[in-house]
Design a protein. Sequence first.
Length: 313
Amino acid sequence: MNTNASSGVFLTLPTLGLHTSHIYPAFVFGTLAYLIIVFCNLLVFATIIVSKKLHKPMYILLLNLPISDTVGATAFFPQLVSNIATGNRLISHPACVTQAFLIHFYGTGNLLILSAMAYDRYIAICCPLRYNAIMSPHNLMRIIISLWLIDFSLMVTLILLFVRLKMCRTNIVDLYCNNPSLLKLVCEDTTVNNLYGIAGICFLQGGSLLIIIYTYAQILCTCVMTNQPDARRKAIQTCGTHLVVFIFLQINTVITLIAHRIESASPYMRRALGVSILVFPPFLDPIIYGLKTTELKQSIIMFLKRNLFGTKL
């Protein structure tokens, strides 16, 4: 099997192991989960877009998170729901490669967005007098464009390194397509791919972790030294929410990627953690930020009243 003829090749995903009586509930649950994720993320996105008081660097950066989360959920749920409904665990080679690209694009995008948001909070809390100058509209756009370009460039390179290789297997080891599972189908030397993958993990995971550690250490010091309890409480609440989201994504991603490189690692644990990366952040991000960020929560309520219930405010 070679990549030149791979457009007509079908790959096999692991069975879901669903009993016949569980197929319909699983289909309904998967469909509802996807619709809720899309609705909540689009709600946050639309609220930030239409609410002028949210047109601040913090929320403009946050605006990118529901975009990334929706991409990740869309890459995973429609394929899963379709497989549940039809009982067919086959996926075409192009569809599998596309899914892998979108899933990695989502994961990398979230790490970069969360790192940019941490930097924004660091400037706002530790350098408040310089905040407007540093996070000017021009610089903000440069940050946003840069993070998406970095994300796109890294993922395109990742996929191009894979598609040049010949495959001799068709069984995907994960419940969805990703780069590590695709590389296990290859019969050629994957040293370059592995080195690029390790470098990518060090750059993305290590770089984002260093940014978080530095910015939050500075924020913590500033909060301890401040004599304003309200400002301290607000800063800790905002940053605490951000930190929980980041740690969950970071730990799950690292463990999942490492598990692929350890032959003795449980495939069930790896699959469960891998799926959790695609389910929980897209589902919880809009809820966590919507509930914990007072200004955003109030704007969401006003947006719903005005557009869904026709209430004039």
